[in-house]
Design a protein around this ligand. Structure first.
Ligand SMILES: Nc1nc2c(ncn2[C@@H]2O[C@H](COP(=O)(O)OP(=O)(O)OP(=O)(O)O)[C@@H](O)[C@H]2O)c(=O)[nH]1
Length: 446
């Protein structure tokens, strides 16, 4: 294409239009995949290229000696006529897309350039018209337009919020996009949230804010997908949301998440009901108090039938109030979750592990002897000592005190728990991060 235009340019300033006319039948244009016409200054076609018929949809005989505007869908008033008139007047080239009609009636979009060619003495003027069929591209464009509007309406009706969240290097959060669903989700407008992210983030429940911040930092650093369940305080009460997003790092160091926020309050309610029924604690996954007493009594009955003793330990995190007060309740929750995970890793699947109070847990080591129990619990104590919570570039550590007793088949679960509690008190009193033992006969610190 370029070489053709370059050639025309050379002629334009050099030998004149007559030679251009001769060249139209030449091999130079034989391969051009489109329409080439040479018009005189009244727009009448003087010459066409060899493949004219194929690309214009009209035979050369039909057009030579007649106005080129016949190709236009509106020969008299269409854009082709205006473009030709403009070129003749201004002697400036014209570029655009013309709607043309083939002889068989089919409409085509022709990307068109019209170049005025003046002879060297300036008396003669020819117009070189070069056209290229871009109908397929146009059609794709139209399809893209439909696809785009379909996408826009789907995004607006999606039951949730599609978002693009940006966190700059200073940690500032900004919603670059939020879909219309945000109105249904929390009564805020998408525009409002995009202008001020705090409108939404400020409604995150205080105890979930730290978890939200930490989870985003972790995702930003690792570029692992972000996923979090958190609560919003809204006019009609507390709603549980689930957020998921895929992070990517921007050139300026900021992190962008494209993701989805959905209201999972109903699911949460069902989950909580099920959790209550099955007897596990929501936060830690440990057995709850009621389930522990049921399963503990069942283990005791088995021990009575088959013989054997049941080591029973009470565990309590050390200085947990200070940890909560210093880093916030959300970090305290993370500590509890991690603690519970660590304990379960140290225990066998059939040992009982229960949360019986805020930061108080019980372990029943089924079918273990007392020495074995001490070894297991010491391993557990060390594992807890080794936990490191990475929160905002700080490493948080904590420890656990343990009171151990042995539940004899003849004894009662309540009495054993009281002894374990006494032993726990001794472990605390002895400096914490240790195990104390209290049997029916005596009580000792390790
Ligand atoms: N984050 C969090 N904190 C809890 C939860 N349940 C209880 N707590 C807190 O646990 C703390 C227990 O504190 P204390 O009983 O004074 O004991 P402590 O600070 O651990 O001190 P020692 O046991 O003597 O080492 C309190 O601050 C409770 O609010 C919970 O589910 N999440």
């Amino acid at each position: 294409m370029n070489s053709i235009r370059d050639t025309w340019r050379k002629w334009r300033f050099g030998e004149g239009a007559a030679q251009v006319e001769q060249a139209l039948g030449d091999r130079l244009l034989g391969r051009y995949p489109g329409v080439v016409m040479l018009l005189d200054d009244s727009g009448v076609v003087r010459h066409v290229n060899p493949h004219f018929e194929r690309y214009a949809g009209h035979s050369a005989q039909q057009l030579i000696g007649r106005r080129a505007t016949l190709l236009d869908i509106d020969p008299l008033h269409g854009e082709f006529a205006r473009a030709i008139a403009g070129c003749v007047t201004t002697r400036e080239p014209w570029e655009g897309v013309l709607m043309c009609r083939r002889d068989d009636g089919q409409l085509i979009h022709q990307a068109t350039t019209i170049t005025p060619l003046a002879s060297s003495n300036g008396t003669e003027l020819r117009l070189l018209v070069v056209q290229h069929d871009v109908s397929a591209v146009r059609e794709l464009g139209i399809k893209d337009h439909f696809r785009l509007s379909w996408l826009e309406s789907s995004v607006a009706h999606i039951p949730g919020v599609l978002f693009r969240l940006r966190q700059d290097v200073n940690g500032k959060l900004e919603f670059l996009f939020a879909s219309q669903g945000i109105e249904t989700l929390c009564g805020l407008t998408a525009e409002g949230v995009m202008a001020d992210a705090q409108l939404l983030l400020g409604r995150v429940m205080a105890r979930d804010r730290q978890r939200l911040a930490t989870s985003l930092v972790q995702s930003a650093v690792s570029l692992e997908p972000w996923r979090l369940e958190f609560r919003l305080t809204l006019a009609d009460g507390i709603h549980w949301l689930e957020g998921r997003g895929k992070p990517l790092r921007h050139r300026d160091g900021a992190t962008l998440w494209d993701g989805l926020l959905i209201d999972i309050s109903e699911r949460k309610e069902v989950e909580q009901r099920v959790q209550r029924l099955v007897g596990t604690d929501m936060l830690t996954g440990a057995l709850n108090r009621r389930a522990f007493f049921e399963q503990g009594e069942a283990a005791l009955s088995r021990a009575r039938r088959k013989g054997g003793r049941l080591p029973l330990a009470m565990l309590d995190l050390d200085h947990f109030k200070a940890l909560n007060d210093t880093y916030g309740h959300a970090v305290g929750d993370m500590a509890l979750e991690t603690f519970a995970m660590t304990c379960r890793d140290c225990l066998r699947p059939y040992d009982l592990f229960a949360r019986i109070g805020g930061e108080e847990f019980v372990v029943m080591l089924v079918d273990s002897d007392p020495e074995e129990a001490e070894t297991v619990l010491e391993r557990l104590r060390r594992a807890v000592e080794g936990i490191e919570l990475d929160i905002e570039e700080k490493v948080i550590r904590f420890t656990v005190s343990i009171g151990l007793t042995i539940l004899e088949p003849s004894g009662s679960l309540e009495a054993a728990l009281t002894r374990a509690d006494r032993a726990l008190y001794l472990a605390k009193d002895g400096g914490r991060n240790r195990i104390s033992t209290s049997t029916e006969q005596n009580t000792s610190r390790v």
